[in-house]
Structure formats: C-alpha cells, structure tokens
Ligand binder design. Structure first.
Ligand code: CTP
Length: 402
C-alpha cells in the first residue's frame, strides 16, 4: 500500500529519537522513498550517518547549505512529499509548529508541506500535560495534522505516565490506515454544523447549552483531511478549524443557523448535523438589559425551526443526511424515531449515560443507526477517532456518486 510513496521523516531532539531508525527501516521495507530531516539537537540523540545509511539518502539538518554548498530547498521537499512524519516531536518543536516558527529546516519543511502531516510527540508527562502543550496539540489538530498520541509508560526521567513515543510498528499502521481511506471524499461538498446556539434574552444574556462543538469540529477536520470541501456552520465556540479545506461560517442563533443551512444544503452531497440547536427562542428579545426585581421572571419562548427536518424534507436523490441524537433515556427508541421523522440516512446516537461521553470531553462513544434498523456500536475513543469512525461509516455504507 505504501510502495512508491515519498515520505519525509522529521526528527527532533528527544531521547525517543532512538526509535526513529526502526520506523525508517519499516518504511523502507514497505517500499517507501524516505528523506530524513533533523533539528540540530536531534543529532545528539541519533546520528545522521545511521539515518542516511538506512534511508539511502543524505540527511538534511542545515536549512541553508547542503554539503555541496547548495541551498536545501524546503519548498521542493514540501511539493515532493506524499506525507511528512515528525517523530519524535519535542514540546519545543510542537510549540514552534503551532505558531509558525521556522528557525530550522524541520520548521521550514513543516510549513511547506502540501501533504498529510503526522506528528508524534514525546516528552515527560508534566510537559505533556501542561496547558500550553495541550493548546499547541489542539491548534495543530485544528490545522488538519494527524496527532499520534504518546503512550503511557516509563519515561526517561524515571517517572511513569503519558509521554512515550508511539512504537514504530504502530506509527506505520496509522500511516497505512490513513492511506487506505485517503481522499475518499475528494472534492465532495460536505455541510457540517457544530456547537450550541445562543438565543438572546437581552443584550447580555442568552439561553444556551453545554455543547462546545468538539464533535462537529473534529468531523469537519476529518472530512477536509479526506479531500472534502467543507462548509462548517458553527454556533458560538472557542475552537479553531484552520484546515484550508474548511469554510467556516459563524452563527449565533438557531434562526441564523437555519438561514445559512438552507442556503448551503442544496449543493451539499453530505450533510452532518452535529450542532446542539436550541429548540426554543425568546419570543421577545429585550433591546435593553433586563433589571432584576423580586417578582418571578417569566420568559415567553417560541419553538425554533427544526433545521434538520427541513433539510430532510428537501433531500435530493444522491444526498446523504446524517443527524445526531442526544438522549438521556430510551436512547435507541428516541434516536430511531428521529431517523424516520427527519428523513435521515443515518443517525448518530450520543448517550449522556455513557461514561466518558458528553459535552466538553475529549472522548465520545457513539452508536449509528441506519434505515434498516441495523445498529453499529462504537468504542469509547477520542473525538478525532470517533469522527473518522463516523465518516468511514458514511463512506462504506452509502454509495456516494462520483
Ligand atoms: N436539530 C435541528 N434543528 C433543531 C433541533 C435539532 O437541526 N431546531 C437537529 C440536531 O442538530 C440533531 C438532530 O436534529 O442532528 C436531533 O437533535 P436533538 O436535540 O437530539 O433532538 P430534537 O429534534 O431537538 O428533539 P428533542 O430535543 O425533543 O429530543
């Protein structure tokens, strides 16, 4: 599957760099044309000579001059590569990648990549858990990079916890899986909604819900990574989705989301409605801040439009429509009813009764129900993996017209 692929392997200065020659060997055995790039610090952990011998190509460390006095062209390398794998990546390089700092060849090559990029961090557990590292990982993920999370185990510091570079065999497997479904949504137009909606009470207050948008944003990034042209209609959310294949349209209320979706849905081949849309909005929105009083406050609410039902009513022949059902009781039955009443192809059931699944968490556990009543049960996994699971299900269970 990887035979003939051109892959750049980037190495940074971590003790885990001793594992990278094994990864290079596995890639070469698969028939991959491997080019190695290193940060200066990485040379202290693994020698360019070893890597040049394994890859059968000179290793690039210096951004400006190759051995023969020529400029090392990172742009050419970016155009050449079918994939870039950075392993191990230190906290320092993660931060640079997340913020576009290119003060060595690894940084310039990363910024020049036009291909899928895999990033496998390795560091001590406290560095890995630090909010700045978590933010950098979130940022890099939002750009569409594939983060290969480190394993839990004994670390060079003597401490034990998450931070160990993933094993070379497992990294190879992730790359193979990626290429097995790479570009299976090439040029498909996909409409995805995400996040909550906010229904104004007055200029400073709103009715909302706990949705953060993580699931919908993960779906948008995964679809874009597979080649789709994604329109992401996002309710208020602090998340970012920097992949160039994503056109993000921010909305606030259910009515605004309705209007954008009605405009975008007819041309979308796949619609995934992951937003937690408010079912009610304030009948009267006060133009000025409501003053408190000791009397009970009664808000009159009116129903919002059901966006998904409206899209389902107007569904065209080759369109695939996927809804989400958030349930707390009679989960399967309620989700099944929504699948039929909203004219969907599939419904993804999110149960608040599943431990590790729900608002704001990194993980989710879903079930997918199709029209025949068949149910697919997923595992508890991080939301990025769940997004890939949902998109795999859509691609494999519905023939999408070329
Ligand atoms: N949905 C929508 N427009 C609404 C409400 C919901 O498009 N006004 C969509 C959601 O994005 C989701 C699906 O409908 O894909 C089901 O949403 P959910 O909140 O689970 O169910 P509701 O239809 O709102 O019904 P209830 O709240 O009674 O469970």
């Amino acid at each position: 599957m990887l035979k003939g692929k051109k892959i750049v392997v980037g190495i940074t200065g971590s003790i885990a760099a001793y594992k990278t020659p094994f990864l290079v060997r596995l890639l070469v055995k698969e028939g991959v044309d491997v080019r190695i790039i290193m940060t200066p610090c990485a040379k202290d952990f693994v020698t360019p000579l070893t890597l040049a011998t394994l890859s059968q190509h000179p290793v690039i460390v210096d951004p400006f001059k190759a051995d023969d006095g020529e400029w090392n062209n990172h742009v050419e390398l970016g155009q050449w590569a079918d994939a870039m794998i950075f392993a191990p990546v230190t906290a320092n390089t993660l931060g640079k990648m997340a913020h576009g700092i290119a003060d060595n060849f690894v940084g310039t090559a990363y910024l020049s990549a036009k291909c899928p990029v895999f990033i496998a961090p390795a560091m001590d557990l406290d560095m890995y858990a630090h909010p700045s590292t978590r933010n950098n990982i979130q940022t890099l993920r939002s750009f569409g990079n594939i983060i290969i999370e480190p394993q839990v185990g004994e670390l060079a510091s003597g401490l034990s916890g998450p931070g160990r570079l993933e094993e070379p065999e497992a990294i190879l497997q992730i790359i193979k899986e990626h290429f097995s479904h790479f570009l299976d949504l090439d040029k498909k137009k996909v409409l995805i909604t995400a996040g909550p909606t906010h229904e104004k009470i007055d200029p400073v207050r709103f009715i909302g819900n706990y949705s953060t948008g993580k699931m919908g944003f993960s779906l948008a990034i995964e679809a874009a990574r597979r080649g789709a042209s994604v329109t992401l209609v996002a309710g208020p959310s602090s998340l970012t989705a920097g992949h160039p294949g994503i056109n993000r349209i921010d909305v606030e209320s259910a009515q605004e989301m309705y209007e954008v979706c009605m405009r975008e849905a007819p041309s979308a081949e796949i619609v995934i409605m992951a937003a937690a849309v408010s079912d009610y909005t304030c009948f009267h929105k006060s133009p000025v801040k409501l003053k408190k009083s000791s009397a009970p406050l009664v808000l009159e609410l009116s129903a919002t439009k059901d966006i998904l039902s409206e899209i389902g009513k107007n569904k065209s022949r080759n369109q695939v429509i996927v809804g989400f059902a958030l349930e707390t009781d009679n989960e399967m039955e309620n989700a099944g009813k929504k699948l039929i009443s909203k004219n969907l192809d599939f419904i993804v059931l999110n149960s608040l009764n599943e431990k590790g699944a729900g608002f704001g968490l990194e993980t989710n556990k879903i079930s997918i129900i199709d029209h025949s009543g068949a149910v697919y049960h997923g595992e508890l996994q991080n939301k990025g993996t769940v997004a890939s699971e949902i998109i795999d299900f859509i691609v494999n269970n519905r023939t999408i017209q070329p």
